[in-house]
Design a protein around this ligand. Sequence first.
Ligand SMILES: [Cu+2]
Length: 175
Amino acid sequence: MTSPPLPLHFRVFFRLLTPRFLPLVHNHTAHKRPPLLSVAPHNLSCSSVVGVMAQGRGSAVAMGLALLCLLVHSEVAGAATFVVGDSGGWTFSTAGWPSGKRFRAGDVLEFRYNPWAHNVVAVSAAGYRSCSASPAARVFTSGNDRVTLARGTNHFICSLAGHCESGMKIAVTAV
Ligand SMILES: [Cu+2]
């Protein structure tokens, strides 16, 4: 015996209560860039590896660890998350939001919006200019979409009628 599904308006209501719609007011600038991987099992840290190498006792293992340290600190640790539009979220007049910010390939854009009112579509430069999406375009509709930036300029629009024309579009260049 299963109970019938909740009526749609209840489901919408509960959906709006979920935590991801509530924290719109917190934390709108880029998060700090915490290392994704802490290379410190037991007493081993990157600095101790460097110390071992400096003392001329470098082994293949230490070499490997040193390389890993380099990788972790240069690439992976650099990934940051940006909430698009900051406290206003992904909405009209967001087009100017990227200006003055520095994005890197691998950084994540988090689009927060009401999924009943908007969407996010990854488009080409031409699609950005003309506010149009090709049928093959990636479309995001969750209301809390995380999109990883590729190197170069990444373009996104809302494809609902008139929204892109009202500034619901961003071009984000990642280096
Ligand atoms: Cu929209």
